[in-house]
Ligand binder design. Sequence first.
Ligand code: AR6
Length: 205
Amino acid sequence: IKTLAEFYRTLVLKAATPEKVRHQPDPALLDRVSLFQGDITRLEIDAIVNAANRSLLGGGGVDGAIHASAGPENFWKSRTLNGCLTGESKITRGYNLPASHIIHTVGPIYSSRDKAEKAELLESSYRTSLELAVENGIRHIAFPSISTGVYSYPVADATRIALNTARTFLESENGNKLERVIFVVWSNKDKGVYEELIPEFFPPG
Ligand code: AR6
């Protein structure tokens, strides 16, 4: 999986200068972040994040795929976790997955009326997942695009929150313990959104 440093070497940037650079360039960070298009359940990595619901007992989308691949042991273990509040995260082993751990997080169900509250909850999903990863000695973590499927969060807004939260965390003291954050996209459309926004949060320098 390519890092952003490699990504910038191969990508013909849509805009050489992004409209808004929200952060200063930091070349070291470019080796610690990746964008990958494909099935998150296939990643052989320390931890993958699941976009779960509050029951933690499985559902559709990426949650369904993760539960199906992790197998029944994960389901039985998940039953003992007593669910999870929106914006919070819980960890299990990966069971039959190639990934060693699953970090189950519950993103918000989007509604345009409570935009600020939803944004805080989505940020919290990313942040608590990253914190839990570090607490458990995880060095490589992969995120799907939380809340942007069944929970209908607008993809560009959600992507800005994902990138901003990762950048802030990677620069924090705890974040130094993480070697790689991988953003996993499924559709071509979402890939395009990430490619457009990444330079705002992780400028090529
Ligand atoms: N690998 C990577 N990304 C995937 C995969 C996959 N195998 N499958 C889907 N995606 P969603 P949410 C993408 O709906 O919006 C479930 O029923 C998908 O294209 O899975 O947080 C839960 O139980 C989209 O971009 O999660 C909850 O009830 C992204 O993953 C509810 O859905 C997230 O879409 C959670 O909804």
